[in-house]
Ligand binder design. Structure first.
Ligand SMILES: *Cc1c(COP(=O)(O)O)cnc(C)c1O
Length: 319
């Protein structure tokens, strides 16, 4: 991968028609938008979330950026790599105490020159307070602050570009997972006529996403076209929580398609669609596009728990 197409040229994105038995039987077309293939390191939706933010930083007179994330954060991973390639100094404020052994994600980030700053979970929760940010400025000097997940002022502009990269005609429903809701806000800003949008919250208590998404749209001077909603009950107990059912359905998905999903985001979005199908909420003839938002690197931290829950599912579901 050369620096040439790093966050500037529009990537080409494949759409795979999935042949999943339950969907086929029900006559529902399910396609997968392969944002996971956009870039090996700046994966999935993060490529689009970072694109304009990084360009703005490069045009400014301060080439340092500070952002936030957990030990397996796809955003931290993508930002560190982008900074490494483009000559931007990156500082990662990481949730929790510094562990003995860094996660693979953070090891990568360090190898790309990111400076890590670990803070307690309590301090992390308070990370947007003026006093905390003032403290960071005292320690690190001037920086651009990119909010958690990369959902800052440029996110709607970046993620609306996703929609311009594929033929939207004929889709009744377009679905993606939500963490901060920034990606969905971009999709809403470019909502194709005739398609409903569904965001699946990866977090418990994701009701706040409605307000946050409306705030992001407002900030981008986009009027809300409506036609979108959130699924708030497919989080499996909370952020990065994995149930036997989720592990099982991801394994079945990969068996049938040869495509891997990570369980924190896209796995839950898929599970939400599967449950909707089983509840009879999807009808024959409907065409659905699921967005694979990438982030497979984060799944490196989930292997053990995925195996454990898959084993448990064998007992619970008799497979
Ligand atoms: C960050 C991330 C999301 C969440 O995107 P938001 O814009 O914060 O809603 C979804 N999927 C993957 C794989 C991610 O890494």
């Amino acid at each position: 991968m050369t620096n040439g197409n790093l966050l500037n040229e529009a990537p080409s994105i494949a759409i795979d028609a999935l042949e999943l038995s339950e969907f086929v039987t029900a006559g529902v077309d399910l396609d997968l938008l392969r944002l996971d293939q956009v870039h090996p390191q700046i994966s999935g939706n993060k490529w689009f979330k970072l694109k304009y933010a990084v360009q703005a930083i490069l045009l400014s007179d301060c080439h340092t950026v500070l952002s936030f994330g957990g030990a397996w954060s796809n955003h931290i991973h993508a930002l560190a790599y982008a900074g490494f390639c483009l000559g931007i100094k990156t500082i990662g404020v990481i949730r929790g105490e510094r562990p003995q052994q860094l996660s693979a994600t953070l090891e990568d980030a360090v190898s790309w020159g990111m400076e890590l700053h670990f803070v307690s979970r309590a301090a992390y929760r308070d990370k947007s307070s003026p006093s905390f940010i003032a403290q960071l400025e005292q320690q690190f000097g001037r920086f651009h602050l990119l909010p958690e997940g990369g959902s800052g002022g440029w996110v709607v502009a970046g993620c609306r570009d996703i929609v311009s990269l594929f033929d939207t005609v004929g889709y009744d429903l377009i679905c993606c997972a939500c963490g901060t809701g920034g990606t969905l806000a971009g999709l809403i800003a470019a909502k194709p006529d005739g398609a409903q949008l569904l965001g699946v919250s990866a977090l418990k208590g994701g009701g706040f996403l409605y307000e946050d998404i409306r705030g992001l749209l407002q900030r981008a001077s986009v009027s809300d076209p409506g036609g979108w909603r959130l699924a708030l009950d497919d989080h499996e107990g909370g952020y990065a929580k994995i149930t036997p059912e989720l592990a099982l359905e991801i394994a079945r998905f990969t068996d049938q398609t040869g495509i891997e999903l990570e369980p924190v985001y896209t796995g839950k979005a898929y599970l939400a669609l599967l449950r909707a199908l089983r509840r009879g909420e999807l009808r024959a003839g409907q065409r659905i596009l699921l967005i694979h938002t990438g982030g497979m690197q984060g799944a490196r931290g989930m292997k053990e728990i995925m195996l454990k829950q898959l084993k448990r599912s064998e007992y619970e579901y008799n497979v």
